[in-house]
Design a protein around this ligand. Structure first.
Ligand SMILES: CC(C)(COP(=O)(O)OP(=O)(O)OC[C@H]1O[C@@H](n2cnc3c(N)ncnc32)[C@H](O)[C@@H]1OP(=O)(O)O)[C@@H](O)C(=O)NCCC(=O)NCCS
Length: 177
């Protein structure tokens, strides 16, 4: 048994659980194209590709099955990272995404790590805003009418967190090797 809501590195064997997460909510299609097992394997392989410079963390349940993901696309030259996350709909609302985001962001901005993290979310996605704020991100801007979704233009709110910003006070998920 592992601690529910803890975090460990993404692994190849997580592909089926990734597929389950994408099937849990039609909105997940905005996170990529995963409609069957082979697409799930490709999605995981792309995240694990060392040339892609991504840090990918699985959020797991008590049986070590992936239920969510927190990832950082690293921009090595600028010591920046694009931060993103999702959670299987069946496991939302437990605080696991927020705690995992705190842990991964803190680690990414740790000694010898990155100096700035960035993210963006649709203005009509308040749950994502809560996760970002919990993880110490501050809103920096707004990209007006960025996406066309179901015939409506939707703003995107942009956030950043610097290594020198105040660290979040909320509980961080345990990171396992
Ligand atoms: C965004 C997402 C990861 C949040 O996952 P989650 O596991 O429910 O997050 P948490 O349980 O940590 O809770 C986040 C907060 O959002 C709040 N929240 C959830 N749904 C909400 C809603 N519809 N309106 C307002 N707040 C909401 C929760 O109450 C919680 O607030 P709190 O910390 O003040 O208690 C999840 O909804 C998701 O995967 N969405 C689809 C993918 C996505 O949008 N990813 C982000 C793209 S940048």
């Amino acid at each position: 048994m592992t601690i529910a809501g803890s975090v460990r590195p993404l692994a190849k064997h997580d592909a089926e659980a990734v597929l389950a997460a994408f099937r849990s909510d039609p909105q997940m299609r905005r996170q990529g194209t995963v409609r069957d097992v082979s697409e799930a394997h490709r999605y995981v392989a792309a995240l694990l590709d060392p040339d892609a410079h991504r840090l990918s963390w699985a959020i797991t349940d008590e049986t070590d099955v992936l239920v969510g993901l927190v990832a950082v696309n690293v921009d090595t030259a600028n010591r920046n990272g694009w931060f993103w996350y999702w959670m299987n709909a069946a496991h939302r609302g437990r605080g696991w995404s927020s705690r995992a985001a705190i842990a991964v962001a803190n680690q990414a901005l740790g000694p010898d790590g990155l100096e700035r993290l960035e993210l963006g979310h649709r203005a009509n996605n308040p749950a994502s805003a809560r996760v970002a704020e919990a993880a110490g991100f501050v809103q920096e801007g707004i990209e007006r009418a960025k996406f066309l979704i179901d015939g409506e233009r939707i703003d995107v709110l942009t956030y950043g967190r610097l290594r020198t910003d105040p660290w979040p006070t909320g509980e961080a998920a345990i990171i396992r090797p």
